[in-house]
Design a protein around this ligand. Structure first.
Ligand SMILES: Cc1cc2nc3c(=O)[nH]c(=O)nc-3n(C[C@H](O)[C@H](O)[C@H](O)COP(=O)(O)OP(=O)(O)OC[C@H]3O[C@@H](n4cnc5c(N)ncnc54)[C@H](O)[C@@H]3O)c2cc1C
Length: 414
């Protein structure tokens, strides 16, 4: 334990990724009490080695990893599901304030384009068109001809249509967004960040939750929230197993540094690309039917990459390798993702509905804020805020409670 850090707190946040870091910041914002004590436990990002032999990052690291160790995540309010659209809008509306408050920039408003087939009933695209109307999202509908004029760099198939959101959409650096949240947390003297891994969270008879760290130390608090993403083991939830499906996800990074440095129309076309999702339906011979792509983004090696991935989990390295070859300027990386609607839930609520609200108005007990179906980065600030509200025994009635409860939230993706 760092010098001066006691092992008792009012709240312990386990996991400081997209959701945990936002939750910690919002707890501090929602509770004005100067005596509040918040501990945030998460390991730092491990250093991975790039392997030219395997054209991927060598997994020399044995411990937990995180889904936010990357530079590019699409952000948008166009979504097939109204609640996801709402979560994203609330988060995106706060991005600039968070950047100013933290001094960390993470958001690029490059716009977002969803391409699909409106005639394919019940497709993601068709549902997104409905949500744009029901949620009042400001988006243009572009027919095939208009798409060609507006985005000449995109080679799109015939008979498609686009929903284009120019403002309040683009991409974020999830790594820097977490850094922004944690900069705000650090600036509050009531909070302490611990660079450690939790091994177990255990409910004790006296109502306290003990959090055992890999250092051998134990922390304790009446309120503990676990936000460890794809690495949420039952041991962290006092033995409770969440219905999570955890998948690896393959991402291809195409190095376009030289192309973007050119003076000319190719560089200009690349620079004007929006974030893109292509949803062409399952039966499109010869086409990648379900891909997403981000505009050129600078990565930690100082080079600029276009990131391409597939939304469905059927995508694998072999398919990409055989189609495009593993060239030296292309990286293939694997990251973890957990597929479940966001769970914002008190573990044990089913057995014990009459929970006590303890000192500082905090709900006592062990909580989880986990999940995201591969799309929670953009919405993480709002998800973290809802999680913080839950600890205060409150909810924001603009959101139905039900989709966030454990019983209702398992969503098959494929
Ligand atoms: C390849 C890929 C592409 C994606 N694309 C998009 C996109 O375009 N748009 C979008 O909105 N979302 C996207 N996502 C999803 C988004 O990144 C995740 O939904 C989001 O990061 C989930 O946040 P989280 O806080 O639950 O988990 P994470 O961000 O993974 O954070 C988990 C945290 O828990 C910590 N932790 C883990 N185990 C322990 C432990 N035992 N003790 C203490 N701390 C622990 C980790 O160190 C980390 O700090 C993508 C995800 C992937 C993998």
């Amino acid at each position: 334990m760092a010098e001066g850090v006691g092992n008792e707190a009012d709240v312990i946040v386990v996991g400081a990724g997209i959701i945990g870091s936002a939750c910690a910041r919002h707890i501090l914002g929602l509770i004005q009490d100067p005596g509040l004590r918040v501990l945030v436990v998460a390991p730092g990002e491990p250093a991975l080695q790039w392997s030219n032999t395997h054209a991927q990052w060598d997994k020399t690291h044995a411990g937990s990893y995180a889904a936010h160790y990357d530079e590019g995540r699409i952000t948008r309010t166009i979504d097939a599901h109204p609640v996801w659209s709402r979560l994203a809008r609330a988060s995106i509306d706060r991005y600039r304030d968070l950047e100013v408050q933290s001094g960390v920039n993470f958001y690029t408003e490059s716009g977002y384009l969803l391409v699909g087939r409106p005639q394919t009933k019940d497709s993601y695209y068709a549902q997104a068109r409905h949500t744009v109307i029901s949620e009042g999202v400001s988006a243009e509908v572009l027919d095939r001809a208009a798409l060609g004029v507006r985005f000449p760099a995109l080679q799109l198939p015939p008979h498609c249509e686009g929903l284009y959101q120019a403002r309040g959409a683009g991409h974020i650096s999830p790594r820097r967004m977490v850094a922004a949240q944690l900069a705000c947390v650090r600036a509050d003297s009531r909070a302490t960040l611990l660079n450690a891994t939790a091994q177990a969270c255990t409910r004790q008879g006296d109502g306290q939750i003990w959090v055992l760290l890999d250092t051998g130390e134990t922390l304790c608090a009446p309120t503990v929230i676990v936000a460890t993403g794809a690495f949420t083991e039952p041991a962290l939830l006092s033995g409770y197993r969440l219905p999570l499906n955890v998948h690896g996800r393959t991402v291809l990074l195409r190095d376009v540094t030289d192309l973007t440095a050119e003076a000319g129309p190719r560089a200009a076309a690349l620079a004007s690309l929006p974030s893109l999702i292509l949803d062409l339906g399952p039966h499109e011979p010869g086409l990648c039917d379900d891909v997403y792509q981000l505009p050129p983004i600078e990565y930690e090696d100082g080079r600029r990459y276009v990131k391409v991935g597939r939304r469905s989990t059927r995508f694998g390295q072999d398919k990409y390798s055989s189609a495009h070859g593993c060239q030296s300027h292309t990286r293939i990386t694997h990251l973890s993702i957990c597929l479940v609607w966001v769970t914002i839930h008190r573990i044990g609520d089913e057995e014990d509905p009459n929970v006590a609200v303890g000192p500082r108005g905090l709900h006592a007990g062990l909580f989880a804020a986990v999940g995201g179906n591969g799309g929670a980065a953009k919405s993480g600030d709002e998800i973290g805020r809802l999680a913080a509200l839950m600890l205060l025994d409150r909810w924001d009635d603009r959101y139905p409670r039900e989709p966030f409860l454990l019983a209702a939230n398992v969503t098959p993706i494929d």
